[in-house]
Design a protein. Structure first.
Length: 482
């Protein structure tokens, strides 16, 4: 530069993984990475965590994930079961409505029903867990551009220094700035053309024992539902409007809707704490990866809120991706392992979009399909099953819980590690530096040898251990020092 020219220098922050978005997806991923010793930085456009109740249902499979991440006790402490629905007509209770098909607890599935926790509380708990593990979140960081080369990703922001990372994960919601910057499209449909309002409010004159449902009256604009939120004084109000309407999110606007569609008076709504409107849609990103940038959560798939699948599918994206990034960054596993993230999660997301849409349209009940316990990766390139005849659990399936000889498998699986499990066999095992459990033959597993992934799915299954050592080396598992 010539004399007298000012030199502008930028300090670049370096991290191993940049997570864009401090919602449930980004925070769950950051927690998983932090417990693996991976340096991850979460950046969030807003100045604080999301304040609303929006995704309030924690499905059984996500409860298992949260148990592993060390936050389930806190989730249970602040939440509660869903109340029974109550149908109202002309100010009179006319009958109960069961929102969920019942399920009985079993030895292999300790959690059978969704647990209600307002989304803001879930995020608060994940944030506190991340802080406990030494992780960090930077607020007020609006991403404006993304660059990448063969080895790194550089993110630029409206304010503050750029960040350079080995990988970046877009967890910044359905309007993802990262996805748009990468030019990745989304394919989908409008699930329902009718606008919806959702708001967290304080209400008097309504009990908290039921989820109150007010079907549309003749000539009215749409239904109204008022659900008491577990663990706090707020109710969540949900209302449908005619196509083309712009819902009024003010206190007066919500008072008018509640009074017009229920027996409550306008003044019974005493406060609006958060409100939003949306058009239910279902959309899937055309791909989940572009170079060193990956999409997760709503940035990759947008659900109707019906059935409570969006947040849960999103958290499980993070759970699938966390151990893979950890293996590549810590155990020198080839980057091809990260490629399996899209291979495994995009079909699951597409399937769950169909479930959410079906629930919204009344075609599918909230029950077995929405609990997410039956999801798996049997078609994945990571699922290797060498048995001549498959047993109750196949490679790619969720590894069930069970207790045998005083050993509870979920206690063995808990933590950021693989687990070597033998069931009803004395097969010789390779000396792998992973926890090992031996249990008798049982209904959940039958017999065999299983190598269980860090995210609780069976990676390898066999009648004997033949071929297991080769698979373990592929996954970066080292032989135990003797």
């Amino acid at each position: 530069m010539g004399a007298g020219t000012d030199t502008i220098t930028h300090t670049i922050t370096h991290t191993e993984v940049l997570v864009v978005g401090a919602g449930p997806t980004g925070l769950a991923l950051a927690v998983d990475l932090a417990r693996r010793g991976v340096d991850a930085l979460v950046v969030e456009r807003a100045d604080a965590l999301f304040p609303g109740s929006r995704g309030k249902g924690i499905q059984p499979r996500t409860r298992e994930v949260f148990r592993d991440l060390g936050v389930l006790d806190a989730i249970h402490a602040v939440g509660g079961p869903y109340p029974v629905g109550m149908i109202w007509q002309d100010g009179t209770r006319v009958g109960e409505h069961r929102m969920f098909d019942p399920a009985e607890a079993s030895d292999d599935s300790p959690y059978t029903d969704p647990w209600m926790v307002p989304q803001w509380r879930t995020q608060q708990i994940l944030f506190e867990r991340l802080t406990e593990l030494g992780g960090r979140v930077e607020f007020g960081r609006e991403l404006v551009a993304v660059e990448q080369d063969a080895d790194t990703v550089t993110a630029h922001f409206a304010a503050g220094d750029p960040v350079r990372a080995r990988y970046a994960v877009a967890a910044d919601g359905g309007r993802s700035a990262v996805r748009r910057a990468l030019g990745i499209g989304m394919t989908g449909e409008t699930v329902d053309p009718h606008p919806m309002l959702v708001a967290d409010v304080r209400i008097t004159g309504l009990d908290r024992d039921n989820w109150h449902v007010f079907p549309p009256r003749e000539g009215s604009d749409g239904f109204l539902a008022i659900c008491p939120l577990a663990g706090i004084e707020d109710f969540q109000v949900t209302a449908q409007f005619p196509e083309g309407t712009v819902p009024d999110l003010s206190l007066d606007g919500i008072r008018k809707v509640v009074a017009a569609r229920s027996h409550l008076a306008p003044e019974d709504v005493t406060e609006v704490r958060w409100a939003s409107d949306f058009r239910p849609r279902a959309a899937l990103a055309d791909r989940f990866r572009a170079g060193r940038v990956l999409l997760a959560g709503d940035a990759a798939h947008v659900h109707s809120p019906a059935g409570g699948q969006g947040l849960n599918t999103s958290v499980q994206d993070a759970y699938n991706l966390g151990w893979k990034l950890g293996a590549v960054l810590r155990d020198n596993v080839p980057d091809t392992l990260v490629e399996t993230y899209e291979e495994e999660r995009r079909p699951v997301a597409a399937h769950m979009l169909g479930i959410s849409t079906g629930v919204h349209r009344g075609e599918i009940r909230r029950g077995e399909a929405t609990r997410q316990l039956g999801l798996g990766y049997r078609e994945s390139s990571l699922a290797v099953d060498t048995r001549a005849a498959a047993g109750p659990v196949r490679a790619g399936d969720r590894a069930p819980d069970t207790t045998a000889d005083g050993v509870r498998l979920f206690d063995i699986f808990r933590g950021p590690h693989w687990t070597l499990l033998t069931v009803g066999t004395d097969a010789g095992l390779p000396e792998l530096a992973v926890p090992t459990a031996r249990i008798p033959a049982c209904e959940a597993y039958g017999t065999g040898v299983y190598l269980v992934r860090p995210d609780g799915y069976v990676g390898w299954a066999g009648d004997t251990a033949d071929g297991l050592a080769q698979y373990a080396r592929r996954m970066g598992l080292q032989a135990r020092e003797l």
